[in-house]
Design a protein around this ligand. Structure first.
Ligand SMILES: Nc1ncnc2c1ncn2[C@@H]1O[C@H](COP(=O)(O)OP(=O)(O)OP(=O)(O)O)[C@@H](O)[C@H]1O
Ligand SMILES: Nc1ncnc2c1ncn2[C@@H]1O[C@H](COP(=O)(O)OP(=O)(O)OP(=O)(O)O)[C@@H](O)[C@H]1O
Ligand SMILES: [Mg+2]
Ligand SMILES: [Mg+2]
Lengths: 259, 259
């Protein structure tokens, strides 16, 4: 049975997609078989893997909605340049999904049901969420065992976390009693500024134990890696962000063994 | 009659809120009376103005939905520390608005109708949109005369622009024939990196004339100003981002006069 982690935060631009891609690669370096699932209509994860969104025959949109002929998750999964990491890609069509799912039966569990056929094929399934708390993110939270919250080290991002925690609580109460908070990972951290240091302190106070010790530093190499369609672990293996994602993977695996 | 500008981009964290606040202040420095309208459930604009979201008696949510007793836009407007700049605040309730608006009559024009009572009271109304293309952003595009697109100088943000242009075209075709593209403003620009320079070149090729000459530089002072509840023009008046927002306001006013 795979562990399903939703990578979510309705605050935009906090490195959800970057974390999904690089944590996935770091987990595969430690022998885990990983599926990355793109649930964002912007398809940032799919684009970051160098795939041409317009050329994909079918995507997660077709799996979630009852398109004719039926498309299953196995039909859309593709391998990536990373050994032991596959992707379930998205496309722009997904922007229609929230309105179309609205009147479907069991609309919040469309993704949970869609992932069933591959649950035993992967050790980890990481879901990249869009920057909103609509039906797509609700589907991810309903399907997940736990939620990983990337949090940019700035004041506005910190304020958004309250809304997200309230939503997680609601999903746990109404849709998915086992949903746990895996933790908060501070991203794009620039230790030279007192602003980032102050926010990091605040995050550690607010989330305590659930704040990962690993912190992902700000580095333009992370932006450059996207253009080349590679993870930062491939693009610049010894760079500080690559090493931090490896240490995050180690913390998550240690946490799983201890549980 | 005021000019209504929607500040939109479904890509997250590209400085929509920061641009709305600081462009608003820069326009008021040049004698314009400005209303800032927060249409994001995260309420980043409302928070950036130092308001306590939990203490607001009513917000834009109450105006858009037919709550009893009826609340109008004039009931929720508050003044800010900036002379000649008012705000129509948002709160977390707005995250319910997209689903509740779904079955309302004339659902895409709720904001356009809501703003009618104050259209002659302001020279500019700036609408801060959430990072998605759902009913809230559609409402902003249906109400607006033009769209300003903040674009972070990085590859992923550049890819998101195609989806946004397609949505603007659809709204122009079905809801608001006068909707124009005011232009693209490059934000958080770090001129020291070749990545940002390459993206800036690409943006100028893709958008040509519609790329503003002003470019907003990356500066931690912009992040710090939010904590103090001030615009960057107040927090650090001579800083590079403050000066760039002033030059953006000058370009927009010159464009309006020429039109
Ligand atoms: N450690 C880092 N250092 C520098 N830039 C980074 C880092 N991590 C991510 N970025 C860049 O920041 C931008 C935002 O990251 P990303 O797109 O992963 O965020 P997101 O939360 O998925 O955004 P959205 O809310 O739009 O889905 C991207 O351009 C990305 O390349
Ligand atoms: N010129 C700048 N230099 C440095 N940081 C900036 C600059 N402009 C904005 N920021 C910071 O970048 C982060 C994202 O900006 P902002 O919240 O305005 O983006 P947004 O597009 O409104 O995000 P969302 O998609 O969540 O609504 C904020 O922490 C903000 O303070
Ligand atoms: Mg993303
Ligand atoms: Mg915003």
């Amino acid at each position: 049975m795979s562990t399903i982690i939703a990578i979510a935060n309705q605050k935009g631009g906090v490195a959800k997609t970057t974390t999904c891609l690089n944590l996935g690669h770091a987990l595969s370096e430690r022998g885990q078989k990983v599926l990355l699932c793109d649930l964002d209509p912007q398809s940032s994860l799919t684009i970051s893997l160098g795939l041409d969104v317009r050329k994909l025959p079918s995507t997660i949109y077709d799996v979630l909605l009852d398109t004719k002929p039926r498309v299953t998750i196995t039909d859309i999964i593709r391998s990536t340049r990373m050994k032991a990491v596959d992707v379930a890609p998205a496309s722009i069509d997904l922007s229609k999904a929230e309105l179309e799912l609205f009147s479907e039966m069991n609309r919040e569990r469309a993704l949970k049901d869609a992932l069933k056929p591959v649950q035993d094929a992967y050790d980890y399934i990481l879901i990249d969420c869009p920057p909103s708390l609509g039906l797509l993110t609700t589907n991810a939270l309903a399907a997940a065992d736990s939620v990983l919250i990337p949090l940019q080290s700035d004041y506005l991002a910190m304020r958004g976390a309250e809304l997200l925690l309230a939503t997680i609580e609601k999903v746990r109460h109404k849709l998915n009693p086992k949903l746990a908070l895996l933790g908060v990972i501070v991203t794009m951290y620039d230790g030279r500024t007192s602003h980032a240091k102050d926010v990091l302190k605040e995050v550690r106070v607010a989330f305590g134990e659930r704040t990962f010790k690993s912190v992902i530093p700000y580095s333009v190499r992370a932006k450059e890696s996207v253009v080349s369609g590679q993870s930062i672990l491939d693009y610049d293996a010894k760079s500080p962000p690559a090493e931090s994602y490896r240490s995050l993977a180690a913390e998550i695996l240690a946490y799983a063994q201890a549980a």
